[in-house]
Ligand binder design. Structure first.
Ligand code: NAP
Length: 313
């Protein structure tokens, strides 16, 4: 491999433009060498291809790809990339099913490349301090509130409403990526209600009741119909006070006192992801934690599906 990791970015939609391009530009270990998308234009005069097969045939030297397509099509692209000997960075969720992610992890191991199942919310500023504060404390209960306006945050993203698009669990899995990182004990789904618009295949809202292995309740409230103030909050009541991780993990308060505050949208998350990706590629390792995806799968397995009014964007 060259001194810098030569990376092609695949699926040039909202997150690729908003977060990946600036994070790559700010990382000295990574060099963007091409972009791949069915539509759109080249970026910064770099080679541009309609699919990864055309990239592989082009002769452009590539060490790694970052896949920013919707989850439903990610596995096939990742499998092809692994077969080329490219390291693979997967946007969240790492796949549309658990089994496909496991198969990718095994394929990456066999081919000797790194696979990164990225969870950007885990790189929010308050998450690691919250994890440290909670370790060794007794969690009595926790509440996850993730309510955002789908029309504002996911305009025109029809894939989110299709099978494998996860609906409101697309942002909800970010909350679970944080909760599985900061809560000291494993937890599992007890009951779930999934509100599915009658004209769509994925939930617009959900209420999930989890319990941890010591019996403490964790309640999750997800809603895509939130107007006005948006909420991305996790509150944890412990024997030693109450922790509030707000604004998607960027603002941490303990008993009402601010411990960490970085109130900027996705501040530092993607630079953190690319530092981690470069680290695992250099170390010859993979980083694939499916815990958040497993909880979403369990909510779909265990949940009652309730038909609600149609959603029209
Ligand atoms: P998006 O704006 O819809 O972009 C996805 C891109 O993938 C599209 O622009 C499209 O580009 C390509 N694509 C769509 N269908 C495809 C197909 N069948 N085959 C190949 N390529 C296809 O979605 P996004 O918001 O960027 O989200 C992409 C992923 O990032 C999702 O997994 C999401 O959960 C995650 N993410 C999103 C955000 C966010 O705030 N939006 C934040 C963090 C993570 P072409 O039509 O040009 O191929």
């Amino acid at each position: 491999m060259s001194a810098r990791i030569r990376l092609a970015l695949v699926g040039m939609g909202k997150i690729a433009h908003d977060q990946h391009l600036p994070a790559i530009a700010g990382n000295d270990d990574i060099e963007l060498v091409a972009t791949v998308s069915r539509h759109g234009e080249p970026v910064g005069g770099l080679p541009f291809f309609p699919n990864v097969e055309a990239l592989a045939a082009s002769g452009v030297a590539v060490d790694a790809v970052a896949l920013c397509t919707p989850p439903q099509v990610r596995r096939a692209i990742a499998q092809f990339a692994i077969e080329q000997g490219w390291h693979v960075f997967l946007e969240k969720p790492p796949g549309a099913t658990l089994a496909e992610v496991t198969a990718l992890r095994d394929a990456a191991t066999t081919r000797g490349v790194s696979l990164f199942a990225s969870w950007h919310s885990r790189y929010a500023d308050g998450v690691e301090p919250a994890r440290s504060w909670l370790s060794g404390r007794e969690v009595k209960r926790a509440t996850i509130t993730w309510r955002e306006d789908v029309r504002v945050w996911h305009p025109g993203q029809d894939w989110i409403w299709e099978p494998g698009g996860f609906g409101v669990f697309d942002p909800g899995i970010n909350a679970l990526s944080i909760a599985t990182r900061i809560l000291p004990r494993p937890f599992f789904v007890e009951t779930a209600e999934l509100d599915v618009p009658s004209n769509r295949a994925a939930p617009i809202a959900a209420r999930v009741a989890f319990r941890d292995t010591a019996g403490s309740a964790i309640a999750m409230d997800l809603d895509f119909r939130q107007e006005g103030p948006q909420h991305w909050d996790i509150e944890v009541e412990t024997d030693a006070g109450t922790l509030l991780l707000a604004k998607g993990g960027s603002v941490l308060t303990i008993d009402g006192k601010e411990a960490v505050a970085h109130d900027a949208e996705l501040h530092g998350e993607y630079p953190g992801l690319y530092r981690r990706f470069a680290e695992i590629v250099r170390a010859g390792e993979s980083d694939v934690d499916v815990a958040p995806l497993r909880l979403v799968a369990d909510a779909f397995l265990r949940g009652r599906h309730i038909a609600v009014e149609p959603f029209v964007e």
